[in-house]
Design a protein around this ligand. Sequence first.
Ligand code: SF4
Length: 368
Amino acid sequence: PVRPRRHSRQVTLRYAVDGEPRELKIGGGAPITVQSMTTGKTHDVENCLAEIKELADAGADVVRVAVPRPEDAEALKDIVHGATVPIVADIHFNHKYALKALEAGVAKVRINPGNIGKPEWEREVLLAAKERGTPIRIGVNGGSLEKDILDKYGYPRPEALFESAMRHVEACTRVGFEDIVISVKHSDVYFMIQSYRLLAEATDYPLHLGVTESGSLKTGPIKSSIGIGSLLADGIGDTIRVSLAADSVNEVRVGHQILKSLRLGRPGVNVIACPTCGRLAGDLFSVVDEVEEAVAARGFDKDLSVALMGCAVNGPGEAAGADLGVSLGRGRAHIFKRGETVGTVDQHEIADAVIQMIENWDEAAEGN
Ligand code: SF4
């Protein structure tokens, strides 16, 4: 089904791969992109590029790097040159690094308006970005709001994040610069959702969604799914980043899984599994693990749903809505294609049989 999305303007991230110019669009109906951020030192160019490659291989569309020191700003040129995805420079406190990043040819600069410093410094960055045609993300964060705004609201309330973002949108429009993406991240999921809603109502700039400091691999994906997912389900959001206190490749995987769950992602195999109950007739959890691992490893781009069900009582019915389905029986499993039984296999052959069927699935012939 076609789902309505909030109308947003479009910004273009320009980058090059082996000297070939490329573009990535954010907003304006472009596919929603998944971002992540490196965790190593940016000035360690070799390791930084290795991490960027790992993230890109996992499906990151955009990668951000921190620029806290002069040597990081110096390294940006080599990073931009060696990366195969658009690089975003993350700038706090020192606007000079933002100017350096623009010179180095990054695809976008993120500034934290709460700590970028004097208005004339920000203006200098905006004018330089305008001249180069490089977008800026106004990256408001509940943990680092401007002091006067925090004093006014007493707590980083949604209205406070919104006011901070709008103050800097005005700084952009004053210099005729509108190539902007906005984020209003908060570690409180409910406040994060409300902050973005205010922004979505008041502007048509593309929005970068994220729950900041969302936690470990245990809690972070849940908070991010609720925060980012609630907004995406309502058509709000143009690019996302899941922040996790874990290996950053996980951020990319979870990001794509959020998009896939809302059918907003790239085409791919969506694995559905029953939770099991007293009717379970076999080892479904192992089958689910095996199928999920094989699907992730092969990176299928066929748009298919595969339902893995634990019994023959409700399994076939529950699997009927999927393209491919499996329901366990005693020692064997029935295989379904769009609700029709097409064969049975032994329990230990299920995962291989499912992967084989995905491989053989002909989208044109099946009418996908
Ligand atoms: Fe239980 Fe069978 Fe439904 Fe799974 S498919 S939850 S085992 S009834």
